[in-house]
Design a binder for this molecule. Structure first.
Ligand SMILES: Cc1cc2nc3c(=O)[nH]c(=O)nc-3n(C[C@H](O)[C@H](O)[C@H](O)COP(=O)(O)O)c2cc1C
Length: 237
């Protein structure tokens, strides 16, 4: 593989939040999981498990749990800033930023925490270190899934709402997932119904530092706030 091909893939990988309901070939799902299971992980523990969800009634229930959580987020924001609009119901959430619930496939990425807890050498590392390493491996695998989806011309979206305690608990109950498995994140997958808008990307020159670099080399609070405003809208300082 050439560097240029990798760069092209990195640039083309996008979050696409508008899906066609059309089914995707099973072969595509197999290919995505095949790539994901080659991801690097801390201590080579490969703590991942993949759950492919296609049954409409399960997808609907999971979507509703996610939307309930997202609606709570809107309410929390409105508590800080009452001028913000809160959708009337979870059904109104459908038009907010995308339509993930119509995607034909959800892939739930689970992490098996026993893979680090039961390691004989785990006492050498603090809990934070172990958890960071565990999650970093899962992130790698999730990213590999998204890269694979890109090469297959599919739209994919991370849905971190599944990590919220309420959603995670309800989804695990719904699917019979045992307690010792953590829900890391969920991917909605399907053929794209829209192309994403161009994204804001920080200037690489400004984030590259060499050798000794004091605080003056990095962004000020104002710089960080300005970037958050560009990407997320108005923020409270
Ligand atoms: C760890 C992580 C969690 C994310 N969670 C969500 C999410 O819950 N919902 C969503 O729509 N996008 C989510 N995203 C996608 C980001 O919003 C997206 O990557 C970012 O805005 C840049 O856009 P791009 O993916 O098109 O380059 C997540 C991305 C990462 C890496």
């Amino acid at each position: 593989m050439k560097y240029e091909d990798l760069l092209e893939l990195a640039k083309n990988r996008r979050s696409i939040r508008r899906f066609k309901p059309d089914p995707i070939p099973n072969e595509y799902i197999d290919k995505i999981i095949e790539v994901a299971h080659w991801a690097p992980s801390g201590f080579n523990q490969q703590p991942w498990e993949f759950v492919v969800i296609k049954k409409p009634e399960l997808k609907k229930q999971i979507s509703d749990y996610c939307k309930e959580q997202l609606l709570l987020g809107h309410k929390m924001n409105a508590a800080i800033d009452p001028t913000l609009k809160v959708p009337d119901s979870i059904h109104a959430m459908e038009t907010e930023g995308g339509n993930f619930s119509v995607a034909p496939v959800f892939i739930l990425l689970l992490g098996d925490h026993r893979s680090i807890q039961l390691m004989p050498s785990s006492h050498q590392y603090g809990t934070e270190y172990l958890n960071n390493t565990f999650n970093a491996g899962l992130t790698c695998s999730f990213l590999y899934m998204q890269l694979a989806a890109t090469t297959l011309g599919l739209a994919s979206q991370w849905l971190s709402a599944v990590q919220a305690p309420y959603v995670s608990f309800m989804v695990k109950e719904l699917l019979g997932i045992p307690k010792y498995l953590n829900i890391y994140d969920m991917m909605a997958l399907g053929f794209p119904a829209a192309q994403p808008k161009p994204r804001t990307i920080r200037n690489v020159v400004k984030m590259l530092h060499h050798d000794y670099c004091g605080p003056g080399a990095f962004r000020s609070d104002a710089d960080v706030l300005e970037y958050i405003q560009q990407t997320r809208g108005v923020v409270e300082p």
